[in-house]
Design a protein around this ligand. Structure first.
Ligand code: 5CA
Length: 439
């Protein structure tokens, strides 16, 4: 993509309304624009990152055997009245009336709708287990939408729903998601720690939140320091095998969010020098709630002995749009964002220090064509801005690699390669520079 053609409304000044760094940098880098309180438009730079995050989520879900569907944003109130949650959900639910005066709502979550799809389609235990997910916008009329996309009113969530015959099966499904979440967040360069959590309005008896540590996090968390060092990829993974040992390892050490925190247990179980009390951002939340929805909604299957049994269910959420902000909170410096390669909007930023100069243009065009030919996403700064401004913009938008082409280097046949992560710069031939950014 040529910067002269790219829609990237950069802000030079810090926007006054942004209280935390991710919100500030997302606005400055032209990733999002606020449309109303807690509601955002996603501009190309932001959408590219969100799409990359969603792609990782999708790949890791598919690897577990979960299948993608797409349910609507607008739901009929009927199912929610049937489950008993229509009243319970309170003011957070955006209620809508259609032209026939039928009560509708903008879905804050999808347990009812998926249970309805299930009950009308699956009748026998032989069709179990099943795990369906979608990546869809949700609306929650939060009292205090804030911190940009971190606590929005409209936000993109991956949510899946598992259906099993019995508790043991339900636990297996829960474990699969537990392990898939560890891998999903690790692929985004995040250290997400599973913590005992309250199940809140979703309900259920078993629940873990996945949190990344960040000063600006909304949750107070308490955990054993060793959890921060655990490697989510250390065990070879077979989703058809027994995942309990992996889950046991992660849950063997104390980790809890504020609501579940037990100070006495924390002190008894964690040596003083291993106690971490910090702030965290909840990026995922998994629930096992058994028959909470299948019973009232009559999602029954015929069991092996011919009896009718309500299915065991769980639901599993990942805050896809929140992750865009969360990753920035975890990875930035004074100059701007530092995107992990896996989610970066472009892998390479190509800077032409003297656009309009025949020799510089020729080298840049050649590099640009070769990078694209190699399937590498590149943003080519072909503008006539001065060098300082170009460097500042490239650092702000945080692409992992910068290729800098200027008249002096062109004369020597060299290009400067800068790695955004640590600022390391090396001068290489154009060919070696290409090799380096390809990794
Ligand atoms: N049905 C269940 C799981 S599918 C559910 O709704 N869980 S949740 O309420 O915990 O939300 C799942 C994830 O969505 C959270 O972990 C969080 O990352 C994200 N999320 C929740 N509320 C917001 C919000 N207001 N803005 C941005 N992301 C949010």
């Amino acid at each position: 993509m040529r910067m002269t053609e790219f829609f990237m409304p950069i802000l030079r000044e810090n926007p006054a309304e942004a209280q935390i760094v991710s919100h500030r940098l997302m606005l400055r880098a032209g990733m999002v624009r606020q449309a109303a309180a807690g509601i955002y438009s996603w501009l190309p730079m932001g959408l590219r990152v969100m799409d990359n995050i969603a792609a990782i989520v999708r790949e890791e879900q598919n690897a577990t055997g979960a299948q993608e569907v797409l349910m609507p944003t607008i739901q009929s109130a009927d199912l929610w009245i049937e489950s008993g949650r229509y009243e319970d959900y309170g003011k957070e639910m955006l209620r809508i009336t259609d032209r026939h005066e039928r009560p509708m709502l903008y879905g804050p979550t999808n347990e009812e709708l998926i249970t309805d799809i299930f009950r009308t389609s699956v009748k026998s235990y032989r069709q179990l287990p099943r795990n369906l997910y979608h990546i869809q916008w949700k609306f929650r009329d939060e009292v205090r939408p804030r911190f940009g996309v971190m606590r929005g009113r409209e936000f993109l969530m991956k949510d899946n729903y598992s259906f099993d015959l019995d508790f043991e099966g339900g636990k297996r499904s829960y474990n699969k998601m537990f392990v898939a979440y560890l891998r999903t967040f690790a692929r985004m360069g995040l250290k997400a720690i599973p913590m005992e959590a309250e199940s809140g309005p979703i309900g259920g008896d078993m629940s873990h939140e996945f949190l990344i540590l960040a000063e600006t996090g909304e949750s107070q968390v308490y955990c054993h320091r060793d959890l921060i060092e655990f490697d989510p990829n250390e065990a070879a993974l077979d989703y058809s095998g027994d995942l309990q040992p992996i889950v046991d390892r992660w849950t063997s050490l104390y980790a809890a969010t504020d609501e579940q925190h037990d100070a006495a247990r924390f002190e008894a179980e964690v040596p003083a020098d291993k106690r971490v009390e910090a702030r965290g951002i909840e990026v995922g939340h998994i629930f096992h709630f058994g028959t909470k929805y299948s019973k009232p909604l009559g999602a029954l299957v015929t069991g092996p002995d011919g009896e009718q049994v309500p299915v065991e269910m769980g639901s599993y959420g990942i805050g896809v749009s929140r992750l865009v902000g969360g990753i920035i909170e975890a990875s930035h410096d004074d100059d701007g964002i530092i995107w992990p390669e896996s989610v970066a909007p472009f892998r390479v930023g190509l800077i032409n220090l003297k656009a309009g100069d025949g020799a510089c243009d020729a080298v840049c065009e050649d590099l640009y064509a070769k990078l694209r030919g190699a399937g590498i996403e590149v943003l080519y700064d072909d503008t006539d801005e001065r060098a300082g401004g170009k460097f500042a913009t490239m650092d702000l938008i945080g692409l992992p690699w910068q290729l800098v082409v200027g008249p002096r280097g062109v004369k020597d046949g060299t290009v400067e390669v800068k790695r955004r992560l640590d600022g390391e710069r090396v001068t290489l031939s154009a060919e070696d520079a290409l090799g380096r950014v390809q990794g």
